[in-house]
Design a protein around this ligand. Structure first.
Ligand code: NAD
Ligand code: ZN
Length: 364
């Protein structure tokens, strides 16, 4: 299947299917990537032994010159230090303004390589080759960034890819915990936009967790399509796009406070979505909003509570540093019913503090 992210002149295809790594060169040519300049593949040390050689040889056979950079796997790699190493490698390899950078991996590699592509020589071509479920979200939409020790994604730019090449065959090697974390962003797309899709994720949780190919492809297509629609309407997050941050204000704080990597991104935002649903129900949202959200997340084997020892005030400070705080009030994405959210700009810090405490009490 091919979906399109409609952004006028900068529109780009999302190609989803099996065996796509074997025809990567053809797909690059189709979007106009020239072969006169070297390409750089960025990947991590888990993905490299699995898929790097395949992609390198396919591109080389297709007439491209390729250099590869392998970074350590994990959230800590989204740093200025690793960014700087990659810029050095790009210069040494002679990447120029017609070169492309390919991100082969999950959201970490995508965000990092995208930030390199978005800033190297003021921005060069960028291709996403996602290999995680979570990356159905992160590879679409052009937000690329690295982390600062004090706050997630603090250093970044908007830089749209020219192609998202999503070979679902790569997902078969994902560790189960990463599968679950990825499904968190999938169900998020249902929770913000499409009640029927949220229900579908719930009903099909066992198939999704078992990586049933048919269920997986349907879920990824639907998730990408929702993300693409939202990004098309509001590329730079002036308004609508903010709804994609459901669960993320608290989620990012959890990631920062726990130490990057202790909570996977998808796990942290699952807790964040549970918190948002509780807040939503208290603010007069649909009855059962919180209960149903919890059941859905639990069906996907995601966490919905906070560890007892997590420091509430540390979470609050981390949220204050987050870019979703404006003029003292918190801009918070709050569900009103399953499949619908509001962008609330009147949420008091105390209301969030209270919810955090209650999510700790719910520990069983
Ligand atoms: P990740 O890139 O760390 O990948 C998860 C783990 O799976 C890593 O250890 C990786 O090496 C391994 N892996 C990847 N593909 C594999 C495969 N096919 N087989 C076996 N192992 C594989 O993490 P992620 O969950 O994909 O992405 C999380 C990141 O995405 C976070 O940094 C988050 O902030 C970011 N994100 C960005 C956006 C955006 O719009 N830019 C949206 C959502 C999330
Ligand atoms: Zn996310």
């Amino acid at each position: 299947t091919t979906l399109t992210v409609e952004l006028g002149e900068r529109s780009y295809p999302i190609v989803i299917g099996g065996g796509l790594l074997d025809s990567a060169a053809e797909h690059l040519r189709a979007v106009g990537v020239p072969d006169k300049s070297p390409l750089m593949i960025v990947t991590d040390d888990n993905v490299a032994p699995l898929y790097l050689e395949k992609l390198e040889s396919e591109l080389t056979n297709g007439g491209y010159r390729v250099v590869s950079a392998v970074v350590p796997a994990g959230e800590a790699t989204k740093s200025l230090t690793v960014y700087n190493d990659l810029i050095t490698q790009a210069i040494e390899a002679g990447l120029d303004r017609s070169s492309a950078i390919l991100a082969l991996g999950g959201g970490v590699v995508g965000d990092l390589a995208g930030y390199v592509a978005g800033t190297y020589m003021r921005g060069i071509r960028f291709i996403q080759v996602p290999t995680t479920i979570l990356a159905h979200d992160s590879s679409v939409g052009g937000k690329v960034a690295v982390n600062h020790p004090l706050a997630k994604n603090m250093i970044g730019v908007f830089h749209q890819p020219e192609l998202v090449l999503y070979d679902v065959d790569t997902l078969s090697t994902l560790p189960p915990r990463e599968v679950r974390a990825g499904l968190s962003e999938m169900v998020k797309h249902g929770l913000i936009w499409d009640r029927a899709f949220a229900g579908w994720c719930w009903d099909n949780a066992p198939r999704l967790l078992a990586l049933d190919p048919e269920a997986l492809i349907y879920g990824l297509e639907k998730g990408c399509a929702i993300k693409a629609q939202i990004v098309s309407r509001d590329e730079r997050e002036n308004d609508l796009r903010a709804i994609l941050n459901l669960g993320h204000t608290l989620g990012h704080a959890i990631e920062a406070v726990a130490g990057y990597g202790r909570f996977l991104h998808g796990e942290a935002i699952a807790v964040g979505m549970a918190a948002a649903a509780l807040l939503g129900e208290e603010r007069g949202g649909e009855t059962g909003l919180y209960g149903e959200t919890m059941l859905m997340l639990r069906a996907l084997e995601l966490p919905v509570t906070l560890p007892e020892d997590m420091d509430t005030e540390a979470l609050m400070s981390a949220m204050q540093r987050d870019k979703k705080f404006r003029e003292g009030k918190m801009v918070y994405i709050v569900p009103t019913e399953i499949g619908r959210v509001e962008i609330a700009n009147d949420v008091e810090a105390d209301a969030i503090r209270d919810i955090i405490e209650r999510l700790k009490e719910k520990e069983e």
